[in-house]
Design a binder for this molecule. Sequence first.
Ligand SMILES: NC(=O)c1ccc[n+]([C@@H]2O[C@H](COP(=O)([O-])OP(=O)(O)OC[C@H]3O[C@@H](n4cnc5c(N)ncnc54)[C@H](OP(=O)(O)O)[C@@H]3O)[C@@H](O)[C@H]2O)c1
Length: 327
Amino acid sequence: MKAIVYEAYGPPEVLHVKDVDTPAPGRDEILIRVQATTVTSGDCRVRSLTVPRGFGLVSRLALGVSKPKQPILGTELAGVVEAVGSDVRKFKAGDEVFAFTDTRMGCSVEYKCMPEDGAVEKRPPNLSLEESAALSFGGTTVLSFFRKGRLQSGERVLVNGASGGVGTAAVQLARHFGAEVTGVCSSPNVELVRSLGARHVIDYTTDDFTRNGEHYDVIIDTAGTAPYSRCKESLTRQGRLLLVLAGLPDMLLSPWARMTSGRSVVAGPASVRTEDIRFLAELAAEGVFTPVIDRRYPFAQIVEAHRYVDSGRKRGNVIITWGNYEV
Ligand SMILES: NC(=O)c1ccc[n+]([C@@H]2O[C@H](COP(=O)([O-])OP(=O)(O)OC[C@H]3O[C@@H](n4cnc5c(N)ncnc54)[C@H](OP(=O)(O)O)[C@@H]3O)[C@@H](O)[C@H]2O)c1
């Protein structure tokens, strides 16, 4: 089968298509013929080893000191079950599924095995396979941060970086949890963010949310432009700042922020639960959460896809299509 691999850290050009062995499912595994994967901001960080301040050494130790331990990127996929192991009960050949491998990656392949009790679910009937491929990365990140930030119904939430993969999920999920949502994005994305359920949208190219006199119970920053020092006065007295993109110094801020102001700062890697995937599938089926698809690339154009995601300007998600699959 074909896989997209990288054997050295670097720019998008380190990626290439290679023939590798097709996996065979174990007794409790399913074999998925992949039809869509994604390129996320996370894939680009891991490919280039561009990580937030203070995480250089730990990232190299985790990902591979001189070269990547896992040469196949990709955390999300959607496809059709090709075969199942002898103990599998939940899925059968022909089922359309989506899956999330999180930090184990390895989704940029034609065939992928997943344990039947892993982070794999049937495609929500109202989403295309491409859309369901993009359900997990932003969705699970947001669920994790909202859990840690104890988001409550009725609270005022500001999403900084509301038009990206994580931001578009944050706007939709915050609204679902009963929050009044303000999205912050650039001018071309104002209507998109409004359409996802933001009651207020602030164009950061003309307005600064830290100077509008408003207060928010929760601020979630996906862009790395809303550190505590900048937005503490925009938080309510018990407000929580959720830093999806943060360096080590920001992570160490929380005790100090709580001691001096009663506010808290949540940072660090998302903690994903297997049941989050099922929950996101249910929300999608109810029409509450729909991944935003920006561009689609065939797998042979993986370098172009990574170049685009590297720009930091994608709207929602970028899809990679495999084989002859058409939307
Ligand atoms: N902690 C974790 O576990 C975790 C998990 C997932 C992702 N992340 C990190 O979170 C970050 C965001 O991920 P993503 O997938 O959402 O990235 P993305 O899809 O590339 O989106 C980034 C967004 O940032 C916006 N942006 C750029 N400059 C801005 C500014 N000055 N003010 C407000 N928004 C601005 C862009 O919107 P405009 O074009 O409208 O400016 C873009 O939509 C990445 O750095 C990723 O590595 C961390």
